[in-house]
Design a protein around this ligand. Structure first.
Ligand code: SF4
Length: 331
C-alpha cells in the first residue's frame, strides 16, 4: 500500500484588496493558485525529489502534506486514511510519524535550549517516556546523526557549526522515529564543503530507518543523487514525474529539459546546449487557460493555449503534462 496518496490537491490564496481599494482601482479579487490539482503517490521507503523554481508550489505542497496548512480542496491519504477524516488521536499519531527537516539550522533551533533540550523537546511534547527513557533516546539519536553526546549534550546552538546545527535539526526529526520525512532544502544554508556529508547522512538514515522522504530542492544535481523518483513542478502543477535516472537522462517536458540543461557540469570543455526556454517565471495569479508553461515554451501550439495538459504516462512509469505527447494513462 502507498504510504502517501495525494489527489487533486489545491491550495489557493485569495487576494482581497478591500472594499475601498476595489472601488478606487476597480480591481477584482485575484486568486494565487499555489498548488492546483496535484496527484502523486509514494511507496514506503521511497525518496521522492521535488524540484522547481521559487514559487512553483513545492513548499506549499509540503506544508499541506505535513498538515500545517488546510488545503483548499483535494485529498491526502496516509496509509489509506484521509487526513481530513482523522480523529484527534489519529492526527496526533500522524504528527509524530511525519517530521520536517528545515532549511535554516540557524533559525529553526531555539537559541536558549541546549542540544539535549532541543532533541528531547518533541518527546516531552508528545509525552513519550520518563526522564531516563528520554535521555537514553536523545543520546542514541545524537549518535545516529554523528553528534558526540558527551561533547555536545550541554552546548547551545551558537556553540556549534552550521553542519552540526543541521545534524541536531535532523536528530529532532529522527528522535520520533518518523515514517515520512519532509526535507525542505536542508542543504541550501550550508557551506558547500559540508553539504555532501549531510546529504549522505539523510540517505544513510533513510536506508537504515526505512522512512519515506520528500526531498525538496531546486538543485537537480542533488536530487538526482538522493532521489528514487523526481517530480518537477511549475506554477502549482506537476510537469514531469518519473524515476530519477529516466527524468535526468531523458526529460520529456520542455520545462524539465530546460532545467536539466542548466545543471552545472564540472568540465570547462563542456559546451552547454542553449535551454529551449524564454522569458521569466510567470506568477500563479489567475493563470490563463491552457498550459501554464505556454509563455516560456518554444514549442507552443494552438491547443496549448486552450487546453491544460493532464499528467499522463508517456513511457513506462514516466509521466509528463504536455500536448507534445499523446497517451491514454493518467495518474
Ligand atoms: Fe509547451 Fe504546449 Fe507542452 Fe505546454 S503543452 S510545454 S506549451 S508544448
Amino acid at each position: 500500500m502507498a504510504i502517501l496518496e495525494v489527489s487533486q490537491l489545491r491550495q489557493h490564496f485569495y487576494l482581497n484588496p478591500g472594499i475601498l481599494a476595489r472601488m478606487l482601482s476597480g480591481k477584482r479579487t485575484g486568486v494565487i493558485k499555489a498548488v492546483d490539482g496535484v496527484n502523486f503517490q509514494m511507496e514506503p521507503g521511497e525518496i521522492l525529489g521535488l524540484a522547481g523554481e521559487s514559487g512553483c508550489g513545492k513548499s506549499t505542497l509540503s506544508l499541506a502534506v505535513a498538515k500545517l496548512r488546510e488545503p483548499t480542496s483535494g485529498a491526502i491519504l496516509y496509509k489509506g486514511k484521509d487526513l481530513s477524516e482523522m480523529n484527534r488521536a489519529e492526527l496526533k499519531d500522524y504528527r509524530r510519524q511525519v517530521q520536517l527537516i528545515f532549511q535554516d539550522p540557524y533559525e529553526s533551533l531555539n537559541p536558549r535550549f541546549t542540544v539535549f533540550d532541543l532533541v528531547a523537546e518533541p518527546l516531552r511534547a508528545l509525552d513519550m517516556g520518563d526522564r531516563h527513557e528520554i535521555r537514553e533516546r536523545v543520546i542514541r539519536t545524537l549518535e545516529l546523526v554523528g553528534i558526540r553526546p558527551d561533547e555536545y549534550l550541554e552546548r547551545y546552538p551558537h556553540q556549534m557549526s552550521g553542519g552540526e546545527r543541521q545534524r541536531v535539526g535532523i536528530a529532532q526529526a529522527m528522535v520520533l522515529e518518523p515514517e515520512l520525512v519532509i526535507a525542505d532544502e536542508p542543504l541550501s544554508m550550508l557551506d558547500v564543503s559540508i553539504r555532501a556529508g549531510i546529504l549522505d547522512l539523510i540517505r544513510d538514515l533513510s536506508e537504515r530507518l526505512h522512512f519515506s522522504c520528500i526531498y525538496i530542492s531546486h538543485d537537480l544535481s542533488i536530487l538526482s543523487n538522493i532521489s528514487d523518483r523526481l517530480m518537477i513542478m511549475y506554477l502549482g502543477r506537476i510537469m514531469e514525474l518519473g524515476k530519477s535516472r529516466d527524468v535526468i537522462s531523458d526529460p520529456l517536458h520542455p520545462y524539465a529539459q530546460a532545467l536539466i540543461s542548466a545543471v552545472p557540469i564540472p568540465d570547462p570543455a563542456y559546451r552547454r546546449p542553449t535551454p529551449k526556454i524564454h522569458g521569466e517565471v510567470s506568477q500563479p495569479i489567475d493563470p490563463p487557460p491552457g498550459c501554464r508553461f505556454q509563455n516560456r515554451c518554444l514549442e507552443v501550439m494552438d491547443v496549448c493555449k486552450k487546453d491544460e495538459p493532464e499528467l499522463k504516462e508517456i513511457k513506462d512509469g514516466h509521466f509528463g503534462a504536455c500536448h507534445l505527447y499523446s497517451s491514454t494513462k493518467s495518474t
